[in-house]
Ligand binder design. Structure first.
Ligand code: SAM
Ligand code: DTB
Ligand code: SF4
Length: 353
């Protein structure tokens, strides 16, 4: 039995069971969206969408074999490998992103992990400080990092580190064989320890079963504190990758994944990430209704297309949404309420759990 009043309270919990998460996911869509929006509005302004811009600072030639990824050296995808961009080139891109309304600038590198104590890593640190000095929130996604690297990134000015769990622990080995789930969890631990905020989510539409989407959500909500930012990516099918011909996901499963994430991690900002070029305006609007409050802007993600600023401005105008104002990077302030499962008897929605 799901207690909708308890869920709607927006209490931060770490102990939902898989069955409870599945029961939330399976709610009638009307109840699910209403609940997600009620919870979302306890923590966030309903009309403000965070705009983040991505820049691939080192492209392609990656040693990992992630089955979804156009940048893996294991597959021929036509992505032009490119070495690390200069600090100057990165800063130019960051200035442009800021001028276009982005409040967050995310640099991605196709590394299994940044080379230890290298000139390249030093260059990344220099770029981080320069972008931070523009007044942008800096996010990096560079692969696995150990504590030493994490502390260096924090020191240089990184606000958030993106490292996705991608899918459930059970489905993970069908998607990636060159690293294990625990590697991802270890990096997340180092990121936390260094005091960066955590940006961690996953991908849907990779041929996973519903239980894998639930399993991913379960793992994400067990991270304590919850990741401040939760990107939900719809697989971008790239020719040459093992997932190029994957069957289309029912878009309502993307909506349900977002809504469930918003409900079980109420204080976290859920991002409608990759895959928007394949989604109608109506489908994207449903994702916002489901509580997504962040997108990637610009006409490119890392290597694949994104709708672009014109399309997004038109969509925002139609929906009455506006970009979250940019300002000096803030440290997370929210209070983390840890509790054991609180079961109340009032207004319970009957669902089999
Ligand atoms: N190499 C680093 C890593 O794997 O953490 C950072 C870059 S990697 C491209 C960042 C994330 O992008 C991946 O974890 C995955 O979730 C997402 N991603 C990559 N290719 C994708 C695709 N084709 N469709 C959707 N998301 C994708
Ligand atoms: C995330 O979860 N999605 C972004 C960001 N984190 C780094 C990356 C999406 C990449 C999509 C495929 C590409 O453009 O290469
Ligand atoms: Fe490399 Fe990251 Fe792509 Fe995996 S997702 S192949 S680690 S760039």
């Amino acid at each position: 039995m799901l207690n909708l009043d308890q869920l709607a309270s927006g209490e931060v919990r770490y102990d939902y069971t898989r069955a409870e998460i599945q029961a939330i996911y399976d709610l009638p869509i009307t109840r699910l969206i209403f609940l997600a929006q009620s919870v979302h509005q306890k923590y966030f302004a309903p009309d403000e969408i965070q705009m983040s811009t991505l820049l691939s600072i080192k492209t392609g030639g990656c040693k990992e074999n992630c089955a979804y990824c156009p940048q893996s050296a294991h597959y021929s995808t036509g992505v032009d490998a490119q070495g690390l961009l200069s600090v100057e080139a990165i800063v130019t891109a960051a200035k442009e992103a800021k001028a276009n309304g982005s409040s967050r600038f995310c640099m991605g590198a196709a590394w299994r992990s940044p080379p230890k104590k290298s000139q390249q890593f030093a260059q990344v640190l220099e770029a981080v400080t320069a972008v931070r000095n523009l007044g942008l929130e800096v996010c990096t996604t560079l692969g696995m990092v150990d504590e030493e690297q994490a502390f260096a990134l924090k020191e240089a000015g990184v606000h958030a580190y993106n490292h996705n769990l991608d899918t459930s622990p059970e489905y993970y080995e069908d998607i990636i064989q060159t690293r294990v789930y625990q590697d991802r969890l270890d990096t997340l631990k180092a990121v936390r320890k260094a005091g960066m905020t955590v940006c961690c989510g996953g991908i849907v539409g990779m041929g996973e079963a519903k239980i894998d989407r639930i399993g991913l959500l379960e793992q994400l909500h067990q991270l304590a504190p919850h990741p401040e930012s939760v990107p939900i990516n719809l697989l971008v099918k790239v020719e040459g990758t093992p997932l190029q011909d994957e069957e289309e996901l029912d878009i309502f499963d993307m909506v349900r994944t977002i809504a469930t994430a918003c409900i079980i991690m109420p204080a976290s900002r859920v991002r409608l990430s990759a895959g928007r070029t394949k989604m109608s305006d109506e489908a994207q609007a449903m994702c916002f209704l489901a509580g997504a409050s962040s997108i990637f802007t610009g006409d490119k993600l890392l290597t694949t297309p994104n709708p672009g600023d014109d399309a997004d401005q038109k969509l925002f105008a139609r929906l009455g949404l506006k970009p979250l104002p940019s300002g000096p990077p803030k440290e997370p302030e929210r209070e983390v309420v840890r509790s054991s499962s609180t079961k109340q008897n009032n207004s319970a929605y009957e669902a089999t759990v």
